[in-house]
Design a protein around this ligand. Structure first.
Ligand SMILES: Cc1cc2nc3c(=O)[nH]c(=O)nc-3n(C[C@H](O)[C@H](O)[C@H](O)COP(=O)(O)O)c2cc1C
Length: 326
């Protein structure tokens, strides 16, 4: 997720357990430029275990070149972004705009497939709008071109993030292909994961925003979908340690000034639903002193210890295989 799943956040998610993480969307042109110039890649992936790199772009040859370079740098899989609804991306005919040009989609699938040997997947929406629900057709094109999997966010581009993700319509994509399909959109609990799988028949789930405020949901979902009892949500003390480790990782990776700005969204997310968080959030997110931020987080969680009830998310085990953080 752009602005969220940077390297320190991905390391943090991995440190919690076994969730599979994906980079932020990386523009193919920028990836090529930065690798060729030996400039620090915006999205460093070197030595990153099992990393999936998501690429955006329009030109098949450029996306293929970026994919080849990323494979050379250790990407374990490449995911193609056919789902981003942002105007600045769509105006460059990239992201979800690609879904409007099926000939181009096919060319991208085939050209990138030929360029790399690691698994290749695509993440898309249901279509551009309600009148162009072509995700099933694109899934067939992806399968014919030799892709390895598909994720479908159950909204159209024109919906952006409004309304509810339609997991049942994702089922039409599942029916159209023999590739594994992950269902995505509005999965914020284990019950949601069960419902999304039941409605769609998908092989697994992808969790985005739900993992921002409750990162442990990913590993609970991995347990649950593997038929094991989900591990317990962390108590206030463990949440404090996890958040402090994330802050330290962000500061060390981005430097103090930029790191502080970047980590504020995570501090806000970590406090969602906690009593008395508003005043504390303001204090923690307005200081320019990392020691002060860390000290106030510790003070807040110390006070909250015993007050934070672990959410009960333990429905019957499901049958699907995979949980992934985007
Ligand atoms: C801030 C933000 C950034 C996102 N960045 C990306 C991205 O880089 N690549 C991508 O495939 N999807 C991206 N998405 C979409 C999510 O991956 C996901 O498809 C969408 O949020 C619906 O799933 P969710 O309800 O589990 O979050 C982003 C979403 C948000 C809110």
């Amino acid at each position: 997720m752009s602005g969220v799943t940077d390297r320190p956040f991905r390391d943090y998610i991995r440190s919690l357990g076994q969730g599979q993480v994906v980079t932020e969307m990386i523009a193919s042109e920028a990836a090529i430029r930065e690798i060729k110039d030996s400039r620090k890649l915006n999205q460093a992936i070197d030595d990153e275990p099992g990393i999936i790199v998501q690429l955006a772009g329009t030109e098949p040859a450029l996306i293929a070149e970026a994919a080849r370079m990323m494979e050379g740098r250790g990407a374990h899989a490449i995911d193609l972004n056919f789902g981003c609804p942002a105007r600045k991306v769509v105006h460059k005919a990239s992201g979800s705009a690609l879904m409007r040009d099926e000939t181009l989609c096919r060319a991208i699938f085939e050209t990138v497939r030929k360029a790399i040997s690691v698994p290749l997947t695509v993440k898309m929406r249901l279509g551009w709008d309600d009148d162009s629900f072509n995700a099933p057709k694109l899934a067939r094109l992806a399968e014919r071109a030799g892709l390895d999997g598909i994720t479908v966010h159950g909204r159209t581009r024109c919906q952006f993030y409004k309304g509810q993700a339609d997991w049942t319509r994702v089922g039409a994509v599942v029916d159209a292909t023999s590739l594994p399909v992950l269902v995505n959109g509005d999965i914020c609990s284990l019950e949601d994961a069960d419902r999304a799988l039941a409605c769609s028949g998908a092989a697994g789930v992808m969790i985005g925003r739900g993992a921002q405020d409750r990162p442990w949901l990913i590993d609970q979902a991995v347990d649950h979908l593997a038929g094991r009892a989900p591990r317990a949500a962390p108590d206030a003390g463990a949440r404090c340690e996890q958040l402090s480790a994330l802050i330290e990782g962000m500061l060390s990776y981005h430097g103090t000034a930029h790191g502080l700005r970047q980590v504020r969204k995570h501090v806000s997310s970590a406090l969602v639903g906690m009593d008395g968080a508003a005043a504390f959030r303001k204090a923690a997110n307005t200081t320019d002193d990392p020691a002060q931020m860390l000290a106030s987080i510790r003070a807040f969680f110390c006070e909250a210890e015993g007050v934070v009830a672990a959410p009960d998310t333990t429905p019957a085990p499901g049958s699907a295989l995979l949980a992934v953080a985007a």
